[in-house]
Design a protein around this ligand. Structure first.
Ligand SMILES: [Zn+2]
Length: 458
């Protein structure tokens, strides 16, 4: 089949360009006729008709050329079906790119879907650019995204579980009982691939143990058996879901949250001491207030002058010594956590971690007049196995937190979501985009063959 240069450039299979001219406001007007033998086949009986009935003008919306809009004027035939037994009298031509009753070319629909899926713009922005409505752009996005998301996840050695807040909850009044009933929960539980590059594996509405267990129960048994370590925040709800559904996996709590608790405890003690000493909250000018940021910092990051300032301030009175005891407790806990391989560069032994944790407990019992310190020791001892597992394996939930940032960004771009299912789709596509970009090959395998004689230059 010979194709002229204009038709090749236009690139819609089955359309032969007969004329093209610049219209008003920069629109390119393209006139085309059908050049597709199968277009004359009756859709009911399949007989190729030779009896032309009428000529109609179709105006499918198409992709832009450069930045300009393209107005397509497709002159197409209405054929009469010649088969005596066929119930259909007439039919119009149809092309793979322009199916019957479609006013948008397939490539425009694909482009709108791919722009949301791969470029991360919103469906409403894609709709504006393509000149289609939001529902059309949204359906195109769903058609592009759903096949990607429906693939079963590959095995994951380190799984992360975290919660993510999605907007406000929605309620409905039950007409019979008059009671409020929850339509959509504001919390989602998210599952992340921490050892590979699959990003967000899935989400489920709600943040109870049953919600998390429900998602894990849907995974294949072989996939569940492959999970070695599960990283969670210090949240007993997820711990119980993991123990129920993944009995073979180790639980590791995120150490960032453990250190965060210790830093908060130091601040709580300082605020209580200051309130007892001055009868008011701390303010600039108080010696304790001057070191509040230094107390929150890691000991090894303090300069000798800063260290001297902290010790000089705290040894002045008994209240200061109480703050110092809390501060030392925090550092003793961090001393145990610092055995993890990313800090030391070597795999720690469990005995050493437990010994340093014991030194922390010992310090807390020596200072049992500080309630905040005792309460921290109780929390740490409750989570001791999970903390030790985190130090030994070096698994953290940091990747989950970074993907949570992407999820929040997506909600902000959308000015909030009303539909939780749409939000889950958009967030999952956003959180797996990096992996899809990497796996895509650099060269395209699509070719356009130009048949016919090569024009002689000049
Ligand atoms: Zn027919």
């Amino acid at each position: 089949m010979f194709q002229d240069t204009a038709s090749v450039l236009f690139g819609v299979e089955g359309l032969q360009v007969t004329d093209a001219q610049a219209g008003p406001d920069g629109t390119l007007e393209v006139w085309a006729v059908t050049d597709y033998p199968a277009a004359a086949a009756c859709p009911d009986c399949g007989t190729v008709s030779a009896r032309r009935h009428d000529t109609v003008l179709a105006r499918p919306r198409d992709v832009r050329r450069g930045g300009d809009r393209v107005a397509v004027w497709w002159v197409k035939c209405r054929w009469k079906c010649g088969e005596p037994g066929c119930g259909r009298k007439t039919f119009t031509e149809r092309l793979p790119q322009v199916p019957p009753r479609c006013r948008i070319t397939a490539r425009l629909r694909e482009q709108a879907g791919a722009e949301v899926t791969e470029r991360g713009i919103t469906p409403s922005e894609a709709a504006r650019h393509a000149g289609v409505s939001w529902p059309v752009a949204h359906r195109a996005f769903a058609a592009a995204a759903d096949p990607v998301l429906e693939q079963a996840p590959a095995p994951v050695a380190h799984l992360g579980i975290d919660e993510h807040r999605r907007g406000r909850p929605r309620w409905r009044i039950d007409e019979d009982t008059g009671e409020y009933e929850l339509l959509a929960d504001r919390w989602h539980t998210c599952f992340f691939d921490l050892s590979g590059e699959q990003g967000l594996l899935g989400q489920v509405e709600g943040r109870t143990a049953d919600d998390a267990a429900y998602w894990l129960a849907q995974a294949a048994p072989a996939w569940r058996d492959a999970v070695r370590v599960v990283a969670i925040d210090m949240c007993s709800v997820y711990a119980s879901a993991v123990r129920r559904m993944l009995p073979g996996a180790q639980i590791a709590v995120d150490l960032f949250h453990v250190v965060h608790l210790a830093v908060k405890m130091t601040g709580d003690v300082r605020r209580r001491v200051v309130r007892g000493k001055y009868g008011r909250r701390g303010r600039s000018g108080d010696p304790e207030y001057g070191i509040k940021n230094l107390l929150a910092r890691n000991l090894e990051h303090l300069s000798p002058a800063q260290f001297a300032k902290v010790t000089g301030t705290l040894q002045a009175d008994p209240g200061g010594q109480e703050i110092a005891a809390a501060w030392i407790g925090k550092e003793k806990l961090r001393h145990a956590l610092n055995l993890r391989a990313p800090v030391t560069g070597s795999v720690p032994c469990e005995r050493a971690v437990r010994d340093r944790l014991f030194a922390f407990y010992d310090w807390c019992t020596q200072n049992d007049d500080i309630p905040e310190l005792l309460s921290l020791a109780r929390t740490v001892s409750r989570w001791e196995d999970e903390i030790v597992a985190a130090v030994l394996t070096g698994v953290t939930n940091a990747a989950s937190e970074s993907l949570n940032r992407l999820a929040k960004l997506e909600a902000r771009l959308a000015y909030g979501f009303r539909n939780p299912a749409n939000q889950r789709r958009r967030v999952r596509i956003a959180c797996t985009r990096g992996r899809r970009r990497k796996s895509r090959t650099a060269t395209s395998n699509r070719t356009h063959a130009v048949t016919g004689p090569k024009p002689h230059p000049g």
